[in-house]
Ligand binder design. Structure first.
Ligand SMILES: [Cu+2]
Length: 691
């Protein structure tokens, strides 16, 4: 580990800064019965990846294929099984391997909160939430008091040692009592990160982000317009076959809200995003021989709306709504050394969800509260014809192409979701929770429309080649949850037991397509590679069950202890006897905090057990246990200025997180297809300043 020159360090610290004076305590996670809100203003993480914050909530973890590509995992489900909304916007990644997962389009310092629904998510929150829901809320600035106009701003700067990274951002807010304007910009960059024994290659990144927002309110009406531009440059994803060259995303939304009399609220939301992405296997990692250079150019066009009415009465609230989301994907592969070579990977692969929902929350007297929700989703998918040089030269690829192009590729699913949750107060300080749900998810476009055996799998990163299956059925999950919430004067604890049975769980199983198998074997012969026979996405049965809990214990005015415990088990529920792939191993976190008016300090221990319940079908490798110690110190110099310093992985332990994937790039210190190590000792500093 080494720091940049002291001069650079000092200059960046001076340039940088930020703080929100209204948030002076180091509150990590605000708990309610059914959500965990990770308060970004108080959370200090060194990582540029907002998804890493999810680890602060019980049940949540992150599948990480690179430093800025965190894919949310919740209770053993991940990827498109977790609904993610950004200020109400849905977003489908441009990258066929989810190099740009939804949370990568948020900026840590601009978030007001990151909210994780605990267990079963309400039907009103997201269209498809079979595995849970995450909601990111951006800070838009405040309206001024009547007759006033104000200009405020906040800046933040950070440095970290493990990859010589910096992060700088600033936001300006101009507001009157009826209008508000926001301007924000962020830039960040990091080199290849160190691990004890070498460097993680490639793990460099560079990213810029620009935001513009305008809000208007008049009487009961309010309107918010936002535009964001994400500009990611070179960024390594060593767990995948290619690295990011570019992710350009334009995100826009318009939201209208009406607050009527008698508890009536109307929300109307229009949003979209246009995402462009390029990745290669030659520009950041050791390039293969010239004929095997590959560049993948992908684009996603996302459009959506949501209209809902909330009517609050003395006993609860009704929420009735309709929502729609359409994603459209193109992905093309070429080789800059060979102008003849091309593969149309996805041609206008479309997925459209139109939903209708009704939800009721109801208080039965003082002790009993319930939530019941019903949702219907109509899901339609389709994809255009494909082609590619392999299909013009090699009979098995030709057969795959022709079968795909001649198939009826248009599919539709009618999905029904049901949610019933109830909380019963046992005393003033404790309540019992019981939840049940029937949730569905239609296949992702890769799962239906990947025609040539490739690793384009939404970021599974198992190193296996896949083909899709046009005839896939939707996944149907039946879920049960049981829990207790205790909140005494010093101790809070909230354990949950959960069980989920998933019929038609979508899982790669050994392909039965002779053409797909023959194609992979021919490619192995041509290239001298040793790829396993391909998998095909198919419907199997599965179950996930486990336990999670968070707790906090106030020891004295200044001292407190808190922690998390997570356990999840994922198994196939058919006669395969196999486990599910990439399931977070059991883990526990223990934190000791000290807080005073101006200072706070924290020592954190994080432990993961080994994971030997691995998926044989996905050729998954077992992983070892590890323990980490992290330190954090905050100083609130005054209302405006906050300084934070910390050290992650204090003992510079070498560890390979189970959710981190396998090395796919030439590296003198890590063999190919060996588990990727995570970063070593990382010292970091952050300054926040607000005016
Ligand atoms: Cu990509």
């Amino acid at each position: 580990m080494y720091l940049r020159t002291p001069a650079f360090f000092a200059t960046a610290l001076l340039l940088a800064a930020a703080a929100r004076a209204d948030h002076m305590e180091e509150l990590v996670v605000t708990a309610s019965h059914d959500t965990r809100t990770i308060d970004i203003a108080d959370e200090v993480i060194a990582s540029p990846d907002v998804a890493q914050l999810l680890r602060k909530a019980p049940g949540a973890d992150v599948n990480s294929n690179g430093p800025i590509t965190g894919i949310a995992q919740y209770r053993g489900m991940y990827g498109s099984r977790i609904a993610t909304t950004l200020d109400g916007m849905e977003l489908a990644s441009a990258g066929p391997n989810a190099m740009d997962p939804p949370l990568s389009y948020t900026v840590g310092g601009q978030l007001e909160s990151l909210l994780v629904y605990r267990g079963i998510a309400p039907v009103s929150v997201a269209q498809e939430s079979i595995g849970g829901a995450v909601v990111a809320q951006t800070f838009h600035g405040e309206f001024a008091a009547p007759g006033e106009s104000v200009l405020t701003g906040r800046t933040m700067g950070g440095l970290q040692s493990v990859n010589n990274a910096f992060h700088l951002e600033g936001s300006l807010f101009a507001a009157s009592d009826s209008q508000r304007l926001k301007l924000a910009a962020m830039t960040e960059q990091g080199d290849d990160a160190d691990f004890p024994g070498g460097k993680i290659i490639p793990s460099e990144y560079e990213r810029q982000r620009y935001d513009l927002g305008y809000g208007l309110r008049s009487g009961n009406h309010s309107l918010q317009l936002d535009y964001g531009f994400n500009d990611t440059g070179n960024a390594g994803t060593p767990a995948l076959p290619m690295d990011i060259e570019l992710i350009e995303g334009r995100l826009y939304r318009a939201q209208y809200q009406f607050e009527g009399k008698a508890g009536l609220q109307i929300n109307a939301h229009l949003f979209g995003s246009d995402l462009d992405h390029t990745m290669t296997n030659f520009h950041l990692r050791t390039a293969p021989a010239a004929p095997r250079w590959r560049r993948n150019t992908a684009a996603a066009e996302n459009r959506g709306f949501k209209l809902d009415v909330v009517s609050t009465d003395a006993d609860g609230a009704w929420n009735l709504g309709v929502d729609g989301f359409r994603e459209d994907h193109d992905s093309d592969i070429d080789n800059p050394n060979n102008p003849m070579f091309f593969v149309i990977n996805f041609n206008s692969a479309k997925r459209e969800v139109l939903g209708l929902f009704l939800e009721r929350t109801h208080n039965f007297g003082d002790d009993l509260r319930a939530e019941v929700g019903l949702r219907y989703n109509r899901v339609e998918t389709d994809a255009g014809e494909v082609n590619g040089t392999p299909a013009m030269m090699m009979p098995p690829a030709m057969a795959l192409r022709d079968a795909f192009n001649n198939a009826d590729r248009q599919q539709s699913d009618d999905n029904v979701d049901l949610v019933a949750k109830t909380w019963f107060d046992l005393s003033d300080s404790s309540s019992l929770y019981l939840g049940a749900a029937h949730k569905t998810r239609s296949p992702a476009y890769q799962e239906r429309y990947l025609w040539l055996p490739l690793e384009a799998t939404g970021g599974l990163a198992d190193g296996r080649l896949y083909t899709g299956n046009i005839d896939l059925d939707p996944e149907v999950s039946r879920q049960l949850e049981l829990g207790l919430d205790y909140s005494g004067s010093r101790l809070t604890v909230s354990p949950r037991l959960f069980y989920s049975n998933i019929k038609d769980y979508i899982q790669g199983t050994p392909s039965e397509s002779a053409s797909a198998i023959m194609f992979v074997r021919m490619m192995n012969n041509m290239n001298g590679t040793a790829n396993a026979d391909p998998l095909q996405f198919n419907n199997v049965d599965a179950e996930l069950y486990g336990f999670d809990m968070d707790w906090a214990w106030q020891l004295s005015d200044h001292w407190s202890l808190s922690g998390l415990v997570n356990y999840v088990r994922g198994e196939r529920d058919d006669n395969s006897g196999d486990n599910l792939y990439r399931i977070a191993p059991p883990s526990a976190t223990l934190r000791l905090h000290y807080r005073s008016a101006a200072w706070s300090a924290q020592i954190e221990g994080v432990g993961y057990t080994e994971q030997d319940n691995v998926s044989a079908t996905n050729s998954e490798l077992e992983s070892d246990s590890y323990e980490l110690v992290n330190l954090l110190l905050n100083w609130h110099a005054n209302q405006q200025l906050q300084l934070s310093v910390g050290v992650d992985n204090v003992f510079d332990e070498r560890y390979e997180p189970h959710l981190g994937g396998y090395n796919r790039a030439q590296n003198p210190d890590v063999a190919l297809r060996e588990r990727l190590p995570s970063t070593g000792l990382n010292a970091f500093a952050r300054v926040r300043y607000q005016f």
